[in-house]
Write a protein that binds this ligand. Structure first.
Ligand SMILES: [Cu+2]
Length: 272
């Protein structure tokens, strides 16, 4: 009985995703997530790291949305900011439902400690919701296991500040973050959570086979508390994304509603 229920559930989701992909309207069901991806976030040695920048639905391995030239793309290391806009080159990322423009970029990380990547998307018009979405995403790379400034707030329009080290959280443990807008806590924010079900293949710019299917019931959502904090129990190793929705100060763009969102990516490991 149980196995029948699970099978039906998987078939249901597969059918739903196909239908949604055909309609190009998965947006209302599962979150848009701006992804900054590199397969290995804990570097053993100095060298060049390649990132993929993709705007899609990573838990459903669903619809890919077009990424345009961002407002900013850079990394921070020990307070030093290095512009990565010149390193961006356009790619086409092909998901299971469609393909859309995305970017890749390489950066050379020679020093030890934390590298904080920030990608500030230009407003994206989401026709199905008649509104603009502008996500400001952060992701982290650590070199040599040396502690750095991963816990530092960057003073972005909106951001999630990790209180758990984002480069090696543990499956079965928890992740805590704080949602900020211009440095101030955002109480009672909606934070959507997604697992990177199908990691991008760095060579083909396509997703690898998905390792999970989304649970029933739509997006996973956490509310921040009165001081902007939230905690998530991490059920599985891999990459997890958090998106605080509409927490930035900008609410209108070109006469339409704008959702300025803070996105954060973490890497979780199984303790073996
Ligand atoms: Cu969406």
């Amino acid at each position: 009985m149980l196995s029948f229920a699970v099978k039906r559930s998987r078939a249901y989701w597969a059918a739903l995703l196909v239908a949604l992909g055909a309609m190009g309207a998965s947006q209302s069901v599962l979150a848009h997530f701006l992804l900054i991806y590199t397969p290995e976030v804990n570097l053993q040695r100095a060298g060049s790291v390649t990132f993929k920048l993709i705007f899609w639905h990573p838990m459903a391995n669903g619809q890919v949305m077009a990424l345009t030239q961002p407002k900013a793309f850079y990394y921070l290391h020990k307070g030093k900011r290095v512009d990565l806009l010149p390193a961006l080159s356009p790619i086409e990322f092909t998901g299971v439902a469609n393909s859309a423009p995305a970017f890749e970029a390489s950066a050379t990380f020679n020093r030890v400690g934390d590298y904080v990547l920030v990608f500030h998307q230009a407003p994206f018009y989401e026709a199905s919701e008649n509104k603009f979405i502008e996500q400001i995403a952060k992701a982290y790379v650590n070199h040599a296991g040396v502690p750095g400034n991963w816990a530092q707030a960057l003073g972005l329009a909106t951001e999630i500040v990790p209180l758990t080290k984002p480069t090696n959280a543990l499956a079965g443990s928890t992740f805590t973050g704080q949602v900020l807008a211009e440095g101030k806590p955002v109480p009672h924010a909606d934070i959507e959570v997604e697992y990177l079900a199908a990691e991008p293949d760095m060579d083909t710019n396509r997703p690898k086979p998905a390792t999970v299917v989304p649970p029933p019931g739509g997006a996973l959502v956490i509310k921040s508390d009165a001081n902007g904090y939230f905690t998530f129990g991490i059920p599985r190793a891999g990459f997890w994304g958090f998106a605080a929705l509409g927490t930035g100060p900008a609410t209108v763009y070109e006469g339409k509603a704008l959702s300025q969102d803070a996105v954060l990516w973490i890497r979780a490991y199984e303790l073996k």
